[in-house]
Design a protein around this ligand. Structure first.
Ligand SMILES: Cc1cc2nc3c(=O)[nH]c(=O)nc-3n(C[C@H](O)[C@H](O)[C@H](O)COP(=O)(O)OP(=O)(O)OC[C@H]3O[C@@H](n4cnc5c(N)ncnc54)[C@H](O)[C@@H]3O)c2cc1C
Length: 503
């Protein structure tokens, strides 16, 4: 066993007590009943697990965690770590191509349960923690007197793995001026920064965008934004750390909930998959040295996700999730045309074929990424980055187009639907009569279109489109990063050869 592999099974420090591995729903829910400061609808939440608008999403995630114990899924979504602890598959260090494939199968399985609508299942962050812990040589470069950042990450990895913690993360500083932000500067009025160092750790103050799943998570990773200019001015903004959500001074302000308490029939997605996003405010929060992974090194912070290949593992999880989501939208469109008997219509077939092209593009890129898996500089097997980067930059364009096609096909049926109660009141005979369609009775038709409504029209559905556009970061920066990594020289040489006549 190499030194690095041994580190991955080190006993954690006092800050990181070991757990027993995969948790149940009951354990996850009990863990959320703490002193966390979550605000919604103008009030502080007493218990997120009971809070209307948040609680049902928590119950869904709990149900998914329970599946780790179910033999139907256990071999696909969990593994037994070298220390004997059964852990979520996304924590498994990748040593072989089969490990990469196994990770992909687990991500895809998790995503299918919500049709990709619960974007922030724990495997997303688990994958990045695994990557950071497998590349601790990178973090060791930043070690300062007060802390051993590499050991901190190893301990954090073992802590979240053996306790099956649910993580969120926040990467982006709010900006008061786009000009300032595009110059790689931040405003201390709003951006999260260090105000003081103490023997116990650093004190931080400011805000961060955005923590999807924040109110329902155990821990938050506060990692660097990737555009820190390496200057003295930026040192107070250069850090990476993790904290329990229930840390004094850490406050989450939720957006409006999209779970309005409707029945599963009336709101098939919002009633299950509200994962809640929150802005995170740090009101002079103490971050212990043991919980810091990078500090005062903007250049290191800027490289962190790329150099550790965390971005590759996260993009792998994303591609698997987007495949499940694209397949679901394809299935929904096909179900609608089948229901209306318009599945012989050439124009509609053409519209759905466009969605099929997008779905198959994601599948092909994922296939390429997994089959071109290779060893990285730390001796880990990683999927090929470029196809995954291509997929994650294409999907923010694919998904809004899919929704446009769904809206064009569904038209007013996407909203002109009675609710579940109308099948049991004085209107029921009318509803049964007037809402039937060629191949479905009224109840079946209404349930299908209410699902389509929740995908493409409702608040829940609109947020899904916004999520797909932005969750991986600002598109202009993502595109520019893709351009920078693309092997352009050989192609330019061919252009030059055509001009020179040396082709
Ligand atoms: C539903 C949802 C969930 C999210 N979840 C998370 C999360 O869990 N964790 C997390 O860290 N972040 C999360 N994000 C935040 C996401 O990282 C940010 O929204 C994203 O980075 C964009 O930042 P911004 O919202 O400040 O937009 P802005 O930076 O204000 O950008 C707005 C638009 O202007 C464009 N733009 C800005 N500056 C320029 C420029 N100089 N040149 C050209 N175009 C420019 C951007 O590309 C974008 O299209 C989430 C976002 C959404 C919508």
């Amino acid at each position: 066993m190499s030194q690095r592999e041994e580190n991955l099974t080190l006993p954690p420090s006092d800050h990181y007590p070991m757990g027993n591995g995969i948790r149940t729903s009951a354990e996850y829910i009990a863990g959320l009943q703490d002193d966390r400061e979550v605000w919604t609808k103008g009030e502080r939440v007493a218990d997120v697990t009971q809070e209307p608008g948040i609680a049902r999403g928590i119950a869904t995630l709990g149900k998914f965690l329970d599946r780790q114990h179910d033999t139907t899924w256990q071999d696909t979504i969990t593994y037994v770590h070298d220390d004997g602890v059964r852990s979520a598959m996304a924590f498994k260090p990748s040593k072989t191509k089969e490990d990469v494939m196994a990770r992909g199968r687990a991500y895809y399985e998790w995503a299918k349960w919500s049709a990709g609508m619960f974007g922030r299942t724990p495997d997303y962050k688990n994958a990045s923690v695994m990557a950071f812990a497998s590349a601790t040589d990178f973090l060791a470069q930043g070690t300062e007197g007060q802390a051993d950042f590499a050991a901190n990450m190893t301990n954090f990895y073992n802590y979240v793995r053996t306790n099956d913690k649910v993580l969120t993360h926040t990467l982006v500083n709010p900006s008061v001026s786009h000009k300032q932000a595009s110059e790689g500067k931040f405003s201390q009025d709003v951006a999260l920064h260090v105000v003081k160092e103490t023997d116990a750790g650093i004190i931080v103050k400011g805000a961060r965008l955005l923590a999807t799943l924040g109110p329902s998570a155990d821990e938050i990773e506060v990692f660097p934004s990737t555009v820190l200019r390496a200057s003295e001015d930026n040192l107070p903004f250069a850090f990476a750390f993790a904290l329990p959500i229930a840390t004094p001074g850490l406050k989450l302000i939720c957006r409006d909930t999209y779970d309005q308490g409707k029945s599963r029939f009336d709101a098939p997605l919002a009633s299950q998959f509200e994962e809640m996003d929150a802005v995170v405010i740090f009101d002079n929060v103490l971050v212990p040295w043991e919980r810091i992974f990078m500090y005062r090194q903007p250049e290191l912070c800027n490289q962190a996700f790329g150099a550790t290949n965390a971005v590759v593992h996260m993009a792998h999880q994303v591609a698997c999730g987007k495949l499940a989501k694209a397949e679901f939208v394809t299935g929904l469109l096909c179900a609608i045309t089948k229901a209306t008997g318009r599945d012989k219509d050439l124009a509609l077939k053409g519209m759905i074929a466009e969605v099929m092209f997008m779905t198959e593009t994601v599948r092909a890129l994922l296939f390429q990424a997994e089959h071109e898996a290779h060893e990285d500089q730390y001796g880990n097997m990683i999927p090929s980055r470029r196809p995954l980067d291509t997929s994650r930059n294409l999907f923010p364009k694919f998904y809004p187009r899919m929704m446009e096609i769904l809206q064009q096909m569904g038209s007013s049926s996407l909203m002109a639907t009675p609710c579940e109660l109308d099948f049991n009141n004085a209107m029921s005979a009318d509803v049964e009569q007037y809402f039937q369609v060629a191949n479905l009775d009224a109840r079946e038709r209404v349930s299908l279109y209410r699902l389509a409504h929740d995908v493409a029209v409702s608040g829940f559905g609109s947020r899904q489109t916004l999520y797909e556009r932005f969750f991986f970061g600002p598109p202009h920066l993502m595109h520019a990063a893709y351009f920078d990594l693309y092997p352009r020289d050989e192609m330019i040489e061919r252009v030059d050869a055509m001009i020179d006549g040396t082709n």
